[in-house]
Write a protein that binds this ligand. Structure first.
Ligand SMILES: *[C@@H]1O[C@H](CO)[C@@H](O)[C@H](O)[C@H]1NC(C)=O
Ligand SMILES: *[C@@H]1O[C@H](CO)[C@@H](O)[C@H](O)[C@H]1NC(C)=O
Ligand SMILES: *[C@@H]1O[C@H](CO)[C@@H](O)[C@H](O)[C@H]1NC(C)=O
Ligand SMILES: *[C@@H]1O[C@H](CO)[C@@H](O)[C@H](O)[C@H]1NC(C)=O
Length: 440
């Protein structure tokens, strides 16, 4: 442990650096700060989780306390949310859609979940999430039905394409007239919506749907808890993303890869060619490149995570260069080592992703090496559950420090500093959509 006085100075320094908006109010900006050297060697330091935090994210009061505004007496029509892609992307879009349905005073029917074609599976919403629980939890927030009324039951919804609309757009202006005309519409929420114009009851419906109404089906929960029980405790759930599709998509260059990895990345490449030379360096320094297992192992050590820590890999089967992690952290577990093979063979992308999600919102700690849909969802759910040991490893920090030529213990020290500040300030541990910052 660092000495109390040193710790105190550090906390104040951190505070001034990373919460200017609050610091300006609470402290005089002229408070001098010192570049406090950390006396102890990396190995003697307690792990990052033992630091005293200054801020944490909790569900905002406007959502979690008290009942939302009364539902409208008359519904403006029925909305189905159409969701595509990976599990967490579908979930994100569905949550948005619930907010929009409430905004439009509409009734929600169960969403369409269409998994990415490469997953080769047909599991819909009701195969992943507990429908009755969802309906019960949304009571008072938005109207949800399992069945359409007889006059609409045989009809397909009129599809409204939100993606083609350019720029910011407003659902009341653009979509409500179509809902009133056709009575039953479907859409995939556009990212460009004007959420800032949402009344609190629409925001509350979104938050309630996303974080307090989606529970895995009983069957998946059972499988998830089996998996959870099989992992030695306590454990860190680590979301590595060093997979061929991700690396190809990121357009990043890596040196030191095995021939097999290079081949897998090339196969996934398509027409997204990697950046080279100076552009590659700038791209990496902007934090665009997924961390390799090697880099992840270096950061974990810099954060004083003991090398005998139990680590669950919340990741797909395609991880590359894993020896870079396992050669330092030997107690690494995966779904495929813990679940019996016949169980595992019958599972597809979405159900496997659901298990990683389940384990990650129940683990002692969670670290993300990327800022993807799963990471955002897991971090927010952990904040919802009061699990604060959540951290996004800094790709940008690692890239910038190493490109400045830092190595060895000076690299470790600088990595510690960056992540310490993030952890103490709660940076990245929840999205500000439904969560509010509380000073501890
Ligand atoms: C929804 O209903 C509320 C009253 O319950 C009303 O204030 C609001 O204007 C309605 N919005 C739409 C889009 O119909
Ligand atoms: C998709 O899954 C089905 C059964 O689950 C299997 O028979 C088929 O071969 C799979 N297709 C591909 C392309 O993997
Ligand atoms: C990981 O580190 C090992 C040992 O230093 C090295 O041989 C290998 O090339 C590195 N792999 C990557 C992807 O950087
Ligand atoms: C760190 O880099 C310097 C040169 O920049 C080099 O001389 C030294 O050997 C490196 N140390 C380690 C531990 O790699």
């Amino acid at each position: 442990m660092i000495a109390p006085t040193v710790g105190k100075t550090l906390l104040i320094t951190t505070f001034i650096f990373f919460s200017v908006f609050l610091a300006l109010i609470l402290f005089s900006p002229s408070v001098p700060f010192s570049q406090t050297p950390l006396s102890s060697a990396v190995s003697e330091r307690a792990e990052i989780w033992s630091l005293r935090r200054i801020f944490e994210w909790r569900p905002c009061n406007w959502w979690i306390q008290g009942r939302p505004a009364a539902l409208p007496e008359k519904s403006n029509g029925y909305i189905r949310v159409d969701c595509y892609g990976g599990l967490n992307q579908m979930r994100r879009d569905f949550c948005d859609g619930v907010g929009i349905a409430r905004l439009l005073n509409a009734t929600l029917v169960l969403p369409k979940f269409e998994a990415a074609a490469y997953w080769n599976e047909s599991s819909g919403f009701e195969d992943v999430f507990d429908v009755d629980y969802f309906i019960q939890q949304m009571n008072g927030f938005v109207q949800v039905v399992k069945e359409l009324p007889a006059e609409l039951a045989s009809k397909d919804p009129v599809r409204v394409d939100c993606s083609k609309r350019k720029g910011l757009f407003d659902y009341v202006e653009n979509v409500l007239p179509l809902l009133l005309e056709h009575h039953y519409i479907s859409f995939t929420p556009a990212m460009s919506q004007r959420r800032d114009r949402y009344p609190p009851y629409a925001k509350a419906a979104l938050c309630q749907a996303c974080y307090n109404a989606l529970r895995l089906t009983e069957k998946l929960e059972k499988k998830g808890s089996e998996l959870l029980q099989a992992i030695p405790k306590p454990f860190l759930s680590l979301h590595l993303r060093f997979e061929p599709d991700m690396v190809a998509y990121s357009q990043c260059e890596y040196s030191g890869l095995s021939a097999a990895s290079i081949q897998a990345i090339e196969a996934a490449r398509g027409d997204r060619k990697p950046w080279t030379g100076e552009q590659a360096r700038l791209w990496r320094n902007r934090g665009k490149c997924p961390l390799t297992p090697n880099e992840t192992a270096i950061i974990l050590q810099a954060l004083s995570i003991p090398t005998n820590t139990n680590i669950y890999l919340a990741a797909g089967d395609g991880l590359m260069e894993l020896e870079g992690l396992t050669s330092v952290y030997a107690n690494v577990f995966t779904k495929s080592t813990l679940l019996s093979t016949e169980d595992f063979k019958t599972m597809h992308g979405n159900t496997k992703a659901a298990l990683d999600y389940y384990v990650s919102i129940n683990s002692d700690s969670y670290m993300a090496t990327y800022f993807g849909n799963m990471d955002k969802m897991v971090a927010a759910m952990r904040a919802f559950k009061g699990l604060y040991k959540t951290l996004f490893l800094s790709r940008r920090g690692f890239a910038v420090l190493t490109s400045q030529g830092l190595n060895g213990s000076s690299l470790m020290e600088a990595l510690w500093k960056i992540h310490k500040d993030d952890f103490v300030m709660g940076v990245g541990s929840a999205l500000p959509d439904c969560f509010c910052e509380f000073k501890l």
